[in-house]
Design a binder for this molecule. Structure first.
Ligand SMILES: *Cc1c(COP(=O)(O)O)cnc(C)c1O
Length: 367
């Protein structure tokens, strides 16, 4: 019942024609683990099914998948349209493509199809979005933006890490490639690093497989096995984490030390209507602002006991981060404001502890 871990780097053949043919494509016999591995393939098939895609390629990290996709799709002179509010590593990759490889990038807000239409150029090649953006949980208007990009022939790439396929399947809204940091909700236990790219179209999968094996971003079979194990409980985890987020945000709204709460499941969130349309629930990540600003934010995270101060999300333990002093430390006051992040904003990635226990920890820290 458990997928075996094929801890082998290579495979022996008796027929030289069979090995010669197998090395040219991802759907022949296994030849070498960087080209394909049965445990890794089991993960790829499972995630492709979950996302409604044709096939997938698993990688050693989420950033590995993002870089391999972008470098595999674009060449110098091409133009990329990307959402402004992106995971920090993805934003850095796009900036580097611009500075070092002559690929132009136009950043857009993620909700205005006309802004994407206005950004289009004859050289536009990729539209890059995130379903739910970090840390203020804005939801991208996938259906509207994908339609504009599709009619202009762009490849639509969506990082679906924050939503997981439990809440959203971007291929249904026009995405061509869906990326996950499997380190987060798919693995789900903060014990494995990995990434994956799911392809709506089998031809694109074949073309990018050739790039991925050159880049060498291969997933390790044991990491793939841990991630498969995580998948079995993903739907239960994400549903509970969304329910706990609803419980916690509904209490935080009324707390005197809290000035604002951001979670796509809340009716006054700017993305609420869009979230109702494309997300099955609000998800396990929310943020809140403290009236006391930066010092209050730092004080609250240092008083928490059950919730741990750590990067990452999607695991079984509740993790908190003060973005202004960590993930978004490079942003000055004006840039923070532009990104919608407060000096006192705290991001919470809800785990699977009893919601009442998480609430008692948050409320003792908020005094
Ligand atoms: C964590 C994360 C990544 C990067 O994934 P790694 O596995 O850390 O390389 C990319 N995108 C999003 C939205 C993430 O949360």
């Amino acid at each position: 019942m458990s997928v075996p871990i094929f801890e082998t780097s290579t495979y022996a053949f008796t027929d030289p024609d069979v090995i010669a043919d197998a090395m040219t494509r991802p759907d022949g016999e296994y030849t070498y683990t960087r080209y394909g591995n049965p445990t890794v393939r089991a993960l790829e098939t499972a995630v492709a099914d979950l996302e409604g895609g044709a096939a997938a390629l698993a990688t050693s990290s989420g950033m590995g998948a993002i870089n391999a996709i972008l470098l595999g799709l674009v060449q110098s002179g091409d133009h990329v349209i990307a959402q402004r509010c992106l995971y920090g590593g993805s934003f850095a990759t796009l900036t580097r493509l611009q500075e070092r490889f002559g690929i132009e990038v136009t950043f857009v807000g993620g909700t205005d199809a006309d802004e994407v239409r206005a950004a289009l150029r004859p050289t536009s090649r990729v539209l890059y979005l995130e379903t739910i953006a970090n840390p203020m949980t804005q939801v991208a208007d996938l259906p509207a933006l994908a339609e504009v990009a599709r009619s202009a022939g762009l490849v639509i790439v969506v990082d679906n890490t924050f939503a997981s396929p439990v809440l959203c399947r971007p291929i249904e809204y026009g995405a061509d490639i869906v990326i996950h940091s499997t380190t987060k909700y798919l693995g789900g236990h903060s014990d494995v690093t990995g990434g994956i790219a799911v392809f709506a179209d089998i031809e694109r999968y074949h073309a990018l497989w050739k790039r991925f094996i050159e880049f060498g971003v291969t997933a390790d079979p044991f990491a793939a096995w841990l991630t498969i194990r995580g998948l079995a409980t993903m739907a239960l985890r994400v549903r509970q984490q969304s329910e706990s987020a609803r419980f916690l945000t509904s209490r935080l709204i009324d707390h005197p030390a809290v000035s604002a709460v951001y979670w796509p499941g809340l009716p006054d969130h700017p993305s609420f209507t869009l979230a109702e349309q494309i997300l099955a629930d609000g998800g396990g990540v929310f943020a809140f602002d403290l009236a006391g600003g930066r010092e209050a934010g730092r004080a609250v995270v240092s008083r928490l006991r059950l919730a741990r101060l750590a990067a990452s999300l999607g695991g079984v333990q509740t993790l908190v981060l003060h973005p202004a002093s960590t993930s978004h430390r490079q942003l000055d006051a004006a840039a923070l404001k532009e990104a919608g992040i407060g000096e006192g904003t705290i991001r919470v990635a809800v785990g699977l502890e009893h919601p009442a226990d998480i609430w008692s920890d948050l409320s003792q820290a908020l005094v």
